[in-house]
Design a protein around this ligand. Structure first.
Ligand SMILES: Nc1ncnc2c1ncn2[C@@H]1O[C@H](COP(=O)(O)OP(=O)(O)OP(=O)(O)O)[C@@H](O)[C@H]1O
Length: 306
């Protein structure tokens, strides 16, 4: 672990994050390598499968019987108008919400409530709609924090710098340098994350999620709030990530134009229900999708204008 000269708050949070994640790692086996699809009866098991997921908050139905299967190596977008249930869905998959009904299958394991403490060990990483970086830490240290669950030496061993802790320190630094180079962040790796342009910070968050080589990467609005140029650049990085690491990617995104170009398949939610699920071309010309986005059905309207 790198305890750098920075604000005490960030260093403390970093230390605690390391400790918690190391504990979680000791409880579970290391994450399965990315792009290694399990087989059941000779057929590939979807990396992620939702079976009849329902969730409500008081009288509000956020999700209503959602089924979804995401194949290994796929880029799958979840789109829908405001309040459609997209974030709730991602929160169910990452264990932040417990669904009222339904099951989440991650690889060969099936959960009524995904255990957040085992998420990394299950090979799942996520980013958040609002950046969750340590703004007072350099980019490199931010990225290293994404590797902590792979480390098995406890906090005390790290402080005492035992051989195991030193080996893991070197391993996490090498993995971080690797992903930093992959995402073209070399020039800023020693700069404080908080001082970087927003689009670059989004890329740092992607690097941190990617450093432990998750099998499934959940991206919550990865392109929100960035300029048009940064959007194209980030979309290319997401696509390259899948191509280079074989990572399965599920993303929520409002920019339908970018989503259409980036995704293999798109699931569309409206009022908590899945109203369409198909290729960009299928979704683009789906009347229920057009109606959901326009709010009304227009005679003669045959394609979603992006
Ligand atoms: N923690 C919560 N407490 C109460 N209601 C919630 C909560 N989270 C979501 N909801 C409600 O559930 C519904 C779905 O919300 P959700 O945030 O999942 O939609 P969304 O598609 O992600 O919307 P947006 O695109 O605006 O982010 C909305 O009516 C929302 O108000």
């Amino acid at each position: 672990m790198s305890l750098v000269a920075t604000s005490g708050g960030d260093a403390l949070v970093l230390a605690r994050t390391h400790e918690r994640a190391a504990e979680a790692a000791r409880e579970a086996e290391a994450a399965p390598p990315a792009a290694e699809a399990a087989l059941v009866g000779g057929a590939p098991v979807p990396v992620l499968q939702l079976e009849g997921i329902s969730l409500s908050f008081g009288g509000i139905t956020a999700l209503d019987g959602i089924d979804l299967a995401v194949a290994n190596g796929e880029i799958r977008a979840i789109i829908g108008p405001n309040g459609a249930g997209k974030s709730s869905l991602l929160n169910v998959v990452s264990g932040l919400y417990r669904p009222d009904r339904g099951m989440v299958r991650l690889g060969s394991e099936r959960f009524a409530h995904v255990p957040t403490s085992r998420l990394a060990a299950l090979g799942v990483a996520r980013t958040f709609q609002n950046l969750a970086l340590f703004k007072g830490l350099p980019v490199l240290d931010n990225v290293i924090t994404g590797f902590v669950h792979r480390r098995r030496a406890g906090f005390v061993r790290q402080i005492l710098s035992t051989p195991q802790a030193r080996r893991e320190e070197a391993e996490s630094r090498a993995a971080s340098e690797d992903v930093i180079a992959f995402l073209h962040l070399d020039a800023v790796k020693h700069q404080l994350a908080g001082g970087l342009p927003y689009g670059v910070q989004k890329r740092v968050e992607l690097a941190r999620a990617l450093v432990a080589r998750p099998q499934l990467l959940l991206l919550d609005e990865p392109l929100a709030g960035v300029t048009l140029g940064e959007k194209q650049e980030l979309a290319a990085h997401i696509s390259n990530t899948r191509d280079a690491y074989g990572t399965t990617i599920v993303l929520i995104e409002h920019d339908i134009g970018v989503v259409m170009g980036l995704s293999d398949r798109i699931a569309v939610l409206d009022y908590g229900r899945k109203i369409a699920d198909g290729t960009p071309d299928e979704v683009r010309s789906d009347q229920a999708v057009i109606d959901a986005y326009l709010g009304v059905a227009h005679e003669g309207e045959t394609e979603l204008v992006v």
